[in-house]
Write a protein that binds this ligand. Structure first.
Ligand SMILES: Cc1cc2nc3c(=O)[nH]c(=O)nc-3n(C[C@H](O)[C@H](O)[C@H](O)COP(=O)(O)O)c2cc1C
Length: 365
């Protein structure tokens, strides 16, 4: 049996051994944006999960572009050296390649860590003034963002470029722009959060202007052989918001800017929107993006079992599948999937004795 999930794929100059990707997952555990031993343990564990690519959590391009006080950043030399230490170790000890998601939180920033409530920071919790496409809050009882000026957009675009350069110096194999989940760039794209009347609001073309300018500027800084992609929204799950048709148009526009891959996620643009809860709920949108935009596409969202992940690739719904929570639950998910699908997976030499010699006797009873 040959597995589609365990077949190799190339993104620009990056060869990946299989189609399994660790989805970016905020750990809310950094010190003023700096990675620490938690990240070393977390990323070190996932570096040996069997996934060919680990995408490091949303890493913010400016201090006030973080979601919480615990979010990772790449806005200072200290951030860069802390993340360089962690990633160098995880790469050296693990089998995976490493990508990074760079992000700006926009109006969802200045928030508490999830385990502290996940609400807008209160006066005593060192809140900050956030920026967004428009001065409309993320939800009830949430702070009021300030409408981003041209100067803000120029600064944030430069910050994305600088963070991408820091990521390249650290040695990341791939860079991903966070253009989903209601953060700053998605906030510009969606008419639910972008109420501007200038050249950055109104028509689809206008709402895309700032996000595309960020993609263009980062692409100019990231060499062609290093894959640059984006996580986008397949649907805002609300009337008047972004739709799967828009996702196809966004993917085409980003492909036009030279991006190499798209991850199709969804939701998150307003506090009271809930995502569907069916297995693989984003896959119909990913399949459309893959087919109609013709760009390497990653599916994500409630993909849990090896059989589901195999079907994503085998049935052509996406070229890669990202998993989040299933990989936290089982950090050897890729090994177990390889066993279930009769495929080979890389293991560190220290653990090579795990394999058929271990399982065969148990299978015979
Ligand atoms: C703890 C946690 C943190 C997350 N942080 C991020 C993030 O930094 N960037 C992002 O794009 N998505 C983030 N997500 C969303 C996941 O990447 C993924 O898209 C989502 O969990 C759905 O996939 P799953 O059903 O396999 O978990 C996070 C999810 C979890 C559970």
């Amino acid at each position: 049996m040959s597995s589609a999930l365990f077949s190799p794929i190339r993104l620009a100059g990056l060869a990946l051994a299989n189609r399994i990707v660790v989805s970016p997952m905020c750990q809310y555990s950094a010190d003023d944006g700096c990675a620490n031993d938690w990240h070393l343990m977390h990323l070190g564990m996932l570096a040996n999960s069997g996934a060919a690519l680990v995408v490091v959590e949303a890493t913010h391009v400016e201090r006030h572009g973080r979601i919480t006080h615990g979010c990772l950043g790449l806005y200072s030399d200290d951030n860069e050296s802390a993340l360089a230490r962690v990633v160098a170790q995880a790469r050296r000890r693990g089998t995976a390649k490493f990508g990074i998601q760079i992000a700006h939180s926009g109006r969802k920033g200045s928030a508490q860590r999830p385990w502290d409530g996940g609400n807008s920071l209160t006066a005593g919790e060192d809140p900050w003034q956030t920026i967004a496409a428009s001065a409309t809050p993320f939800g009830d009882n949430w702070h009021m963002p300030r409408e981003a000026t041209e100067a803000d957009m120029n600064r944030v675009r430069d910050a994305f470029v600088n963070s991408a350069k820091r990521a390249l110096r650290i040695g990341f194999d791939a860079v991903e722009l966070h253009m989903a989940h209601g953060y700053l760039l998605h906030g510009f794209m969606s008419a639910l959060s972008n109420k501007r009347t200038d050249q950055y609001g109104g028509s689809f073309e206008n709402r895309m202007r700032f996000p595309l300018s960020v993609a263009r500027a980062v692409r100019a800084a990231v060499p062609k052989d290093v894959p640059l992609g984006a996580r986008i929204t397949g649907s805002d799950w609300r009337e008047g918001g972004l739709t799967p048709d828009d996702a196809v148009a966004i993917a085409k526009a980003l492909k036009g800017e030279g991006l190499d891959f798209i991850c199709v996620s969804s939701g998150g643009v307003a506090l009271d929107i809930r995502n569907p809860s069916e297995a693989g709920y984003n896959l119909p949108m990913a399949a459309r993006v893959k087919r109609e935009a013709g760009i390497a596409t990653r599916g994500v969202g409630l993909i849990v079992t090896p059989e589901q992940a195999e079907a994503v690739v085998a049935e052509g719904k996406a070229d890669m599948t990202a998993l989040g929570r299933a990989l936290l639950d089982d950090p050897r998910w890729g090994w177990h999937a390889a066993k279930a699908l009769g495929a080979e997976v890389a293991r560190p030499r220290q653990y090579l004795r795990v394999g058929p010699k271990l399982w065969a006797p148990a299978a015979k009873g």
